[in-house]
Write a protein that binds this ligand. Structure first.
Ligand SMILES: Nc1nc2c(ncn2[C@@H]2O[C@H](COP(=O)(O)OP(=O)(O)OP(=O)(O)O)[C@@H](O)[C@H]2O)c(=O)[nH]1
Ligand SMILES: Nc1nc2c(ncn2[C@@H]2O[C@H](COP(=O)(O)OP(=O)(O)OP(=O)(O)O)[C@@H](O)[C@H]2O)c(=O)[nH]1
Length: 441
């Protein structure tokens, strides 16, 4: 399901991280459990009442000088305007209003995007409210006082944010055409792939990293069926700072992946899988999307009859958290195996929406537990009572057990493998929810 995107814009030190932590709790890190991937606070999933959204922090590193502050703020605001459904503009009651706040407010107002003006560090509502009213001068609506540190006013703030979620966005949900996000580092060939699929050069492709223009959805017809491709190419932001560029790339990826059914993760064959690739792959994995790894520029490397086999192993090894992903070796230049991409996409979509009957699932589970006894701890043995599938996209299963603490990750993995042996589920992650049930007397 596609969730709304809420972006936070704010100067350094106004409390963005603190608010982020308050809202996201422990779930803040991206792909934290995967090797080679660092903790980051670029985005987080937030749930408030019955609403869910993805929060992104557009502010990266602190600019080195005051002069750079304004351009830094502009850039943040631009990214927020480009990607977010709702923008949270965070200011600091202690610092008061500064010039760049007005400039940013102007940009946000002109964008027509819903903006929620949040005034942080209001640790004492009675005492500081007069200072909060000062922010009416920005002309972007009612300032909402919060204290991120003491978690005051957060509920009212979230109420205001979710008010702006557009019910029409749900229309995208009703669009039955498969949505495919093409993601990957700059210059791996994302635009080239889409161009080749369309069969004409609609997007300008260039040799320089980050030169193609805005992301546009492209509809491609294949075998009388329409597919919507979401392109994340063209990070046209100019930044000399590597961390900033990477941040933009991740924000783009998160927003595209969020809208997609299937993610085609493009890797440059001549470079192999890099750390940034692993991060991007982690985003799709985390979100339970269908995943295809497309190793592009396959024409550009020297190969013999073992190369594909060796390459597959290397990719599997580095992206070991998503062994279920399909791998396909393509060339956008020559068109090699590109038609096959549609077959793989179709297969992945089917697997994402596959439902297995409860009876069959329980047979598999019983057989599995008979073959390999469940673990025990301090004399108590794990018992698995019942399994049932509760959702698709990704396929999600609930297993009822006698004691959750006994259900080790490795045993869940074992059950998962048994289910995969039987049904494949290629290209999709599977989720398992473990619930406790009292043993029958
Ligand atoms: N008094 C008070 N201080 C706060 C509050 N929220 C954050 N702070 C403090 O403000 C400082 C900056 O907070 P951060 O969350 O790091 O600010 P940031 O906007 O993420 O800063 P950058 O990482 O530089 O972008 C820290 O010392 C926080 O403890 C608050 O509600 N009240
Ligand atoms: N040899 C070879 N070169 C390719 C292939 N696909 C793309 N390229 C080249 O790689 C470069 C980058 O391709 P793009 O399609 O612009 O890459 P992108 O991922 O969209 O790049 P950004 O817009 O920077 O994100 C161009 O010079 C392409 O001609 C391929 O299959 N083989």
């Amino acid at each position: 399901m596609s969730k709304p995107i809420v972006a936070i814009v704010g100067r350094p030190n106004v409390g963005k991280s603190t608010l982020f932590n308050a809202l996201a709790g422990e779930k803040i890190s991206i792909v934290k459990d995967y090797p080679g991937v660092t903790r980051d606070r670029i985005y987080a999933d937030v749930t408030w009442l019955d609403k869910q959204f993805t929060m992104i922090d557009t502010g990266g590193i602190e600019p080195e000088s005051k002069d750079l502050m304004l351009s830094h703020m502009r850039q943040q605001a631009e990214i927020a305007i480009e990607t977010a459904d709702v923008i949270m503009f965070l200011v600091d009651v202690r610092q008061g209003l500064v010039d760049s706040d007005f400039k940013v407010a102007d940009m946000l107002r002109k964008s027509g995007k819903p903006v929620v003006l949040v005034v942080n560090k209001v640790d004492n509502f009675d005492k500081l409210m007069p200072d909060v009213y000062e922010f009416y001068n920005l002309g972007i609506g009612d300032p909402i006082p919060i204290s991120a540190n003491s978690k005051l006013g957060i509920g009212d703030m979230l109420d205001e944010v979710i008010k702006h979620f557009n019910p029409e966005d749900l229309l995208e949900e009703e669009d039955e055409r498969p949505r495919i996000a093409i993601v990957g580092k700059p210059n791996v060939g994302k635009s080239s792939i889409i161009n080749k699929l369309i069969g004409e050069n609609r997007v300008i492709v260039s040799d320089i990293a980050g030169t193609t223009r805005d992301a546009i959805d492209t509809v491609v017809n294949h075998n009388d069926k329409e597919y919507v491709f979401i392109d994340t190419a063209g990070l046209r932001r100019k930044s000399k700072i590597k961390e900033e560029l990477e941040r933009f790339s991740i924000i783009r990826t998160v927003t595209a992946v969020e809208r997609a059914d299937v993610v085609v993760m493009v890797i440059d064959a001549s470079e192999g899988v890099t750390e940034q690739d692993a991060k991007i792959a982690g985003i799709a994995h985390e979100r339970g999307k269908g995943i295809i790894i497309a190793v592009n520029k396959w024409d550009a490397i020297e190969k013999n009859d073992k190369t594909i086999y060796e390459y597959t192993n290397k990719v599997r090894e580095i992206l070991s958290f998503m062994t279920y992903a399909e791998i396909i070796f393509i060339s956008a230049l020559t068109g090699q195996r590109l038609p096959k991409l549609f077959d793989v996409i179709e297969m992945v979509i089917q697997n994402q929406t596959l439902r297995i009957q409860t009876g069959v699932l329980n047979e598999i589970m019983m057989e599995a537990t008979a073959m390999q006894q469940p673990p025990s701890d301090k004399g108590k043995r794990l018992k698995l009572f019942y399994i049932t599938q509760v959702a698709i996209k990704p396929p999600t299963f609930v297993i009822f057990v006698n004691d959750k603490a006994l259900m080790h990750f490795s045993y869940t993995r074992y059950i998962e493998n048994k289910i995969r042996d039987a049904f494949g589920f290629k290209g999709t992650s599977l989720r398992f929810l473990i619930r406790e049930r009292k043993e029958k007397e």
